[in-house]
Design a protein around this ligand. Structure first.
Ligand code: GDD
Ligand code: MN
Length: 384
């Protein structure tokens, strides 16, 4: 009888109302505690938590999986060879089928006791999204360093460039929204960097009916923050992508930026070699070209393709493919520009068209042959 009951219980449909999506990277010590806290806070709610772990070296995914074997509220989505808070959150939300989706950090800095009130607010008056805010009365940044508060406020001001509604804390990583709202925006999300909430607001076709609830940002007891200097860069990319992304790929803009910088390097070296040290022009120009090429390759690897950065031997191979492709680009640049010039085109117009053509060629080819994503190379990324 008993076993029949448990079979029935197992096949009994369980309608989950709320999926809590938690992106994790090296949160092994925090995850069991968070599950306990959610269990207490969400008593009376049909909920589940989905941890989206980017193959943390500390075994976070394994720990969650072990707990999930005996706790049907717990799920895990392990991503291999990928990194990114925003994309992890999006994929977690896509793996859920609940009508309400919450997003919170896995390091206990977000107050889980706010979740029932978020849910309540979301069920009322056509509310589309509820944001846990540190900057409405009653909220607090906790032990945030003064300069981080400043940066956060600056970030919030810049957010006005891409979000046309008043939000006290657009950088918050703690919020809950309706599934239909998420599904409406999901295809438009940039998925870049850390700022998933901002991405959602910026991608919504119309302002979202929003409720802001105050909470106090807790301090991190275990593990460490993954926010580093790259976050500011990724934030700039998110803003750019939202402003210009539908016209030009942001990666191409980065590539152009690096190229322009490289041009500067070229002329500095040329000046030193030719003007200052009296080397023959052709020799000076060759040295400058070589140095600019190495520099461009290195900077593109660090910045433009930071998510696919080549390391070790692959860095060397990558350089050769980059150099070969760019040489072909230079030849076609010269060829086309000379042809246009011979056809009586103004010299500078011919020059610009040649450069543009060469640049587009270089960008397109290196994106395929130099920085291609190969699933078998996942180790390189996850060992960061
Ligand atoms: N899957 C995955 N992949 N999770 C990640 C990654 C990643 O690449 N990077 C960070 N996480 C997880 C962490 O494990 C943690 O659960 C959560 O995302 C937040 O990361 P923290 O490193 O703790 O961020 P923070 O506390 O410095 O910043 C938080 O507060 C900011 C408010 O200023 C985040 O919520 C930010 O989004 C928020 O803007
Ligand atoms: Mn944190």
């Amino acid at each position: 009888m008993d076993s029949q009951n448990s079979v029935r219980a197992a096949i009994e449909p369980r309608a989950i109302d709320l999926s809590v999506v938690v992106p994790t990277y090296n949160e092994a010590e925090n995850v069991p505690l968070l599950i306990d806290k959610l269990t207490v806070a969400l008593a009376g709610v049909d909920w589940e938590v989905i941890f989206v772990d980017d193959d943390s070296r500390d075994g976070t995914a394994g720990i969650v999986r072990r707990l999930a074997r005996t706790n049907p509220n717990v799920r895990v989505l392990q991503r291999i060879g990928r990194r990114g808070l925003s994309s992890a959150t999006i994929e977690g939300a896509l793996a859920s089928s609940a009508p309400y989706i919450a997003v919170m950090d896995g390091d206990l800095q977000h107050d889980e006791r706010l979740l029932p009130r978020m849910l309540e607010a979301l069920r009322k008056d056509g509310t589309e999204i509820v944001v846990g805010s540190r900057f409405v009365p009653g909220g607090d940044v906790g032990e945030f360093a003064a300069n981080r508060i400043k940066i956060s406020k600056l970030g919030a001001r810049l957010a006005r460039l891409i979000v046309k509604q008043d939000l006290s804390d657009p950088m918050s990583g703690f919020f809950m929204l309706r599934r239909d709202v998420f599904e409406r925006v999901v295809r438009r999300l940039s998925a870049k960097g850390f700022k998933i909430l901002l991405d959602i607001f910026a991608s919504a076709p119309a302002p979202l009916k929003t409720v802001e609830l105050p909470f106090t940002f807790g301090s991190r007891i275990k593990g460490e923050s993954k926010l580093d200097t790259m976050v500011a860069w990724e934030y700039a990319m998110l803003l750019l992508d939202k402003m210009l992304g539908s016209y030009v790929p942001v990666r191409f803009l980065m590539y152009l930026g690096v190229g322009t910088f490289g041009l500067g390097i070229h002329f500095v070296v040329l000046w030193f070699a030719y003007k200052s040290n009296g080397a023959p022009f052709a020799e000076a120009q060759s040295i400058a070209t070589g140095i600019a090429m190495v520099f461009n390759y290195w900077l593109n690897n660090v910045i433009t393709y930071r998510d696919q950065r080549l390391k070790g031997v692959r860095f060397i191979y990558g350089f050769f493919s980059f150099a070969i492709i760019c040489s072909i680009g230079a030849l076609s640049n010269i060829g086309v520009a000379s042809y246009l010039f011979a056809e009586n085109q103004t010299w500078w117009v011919a020059g610009i068209i040649g450069v543009l053509l060469g640049t587009v060629w270089n960008y397109a080819m290196t994106s395929v042959f130099t920085w291609r994503v190969k699933p078998v190379d996942t180790k390189v990324v996850s060992e960061e």
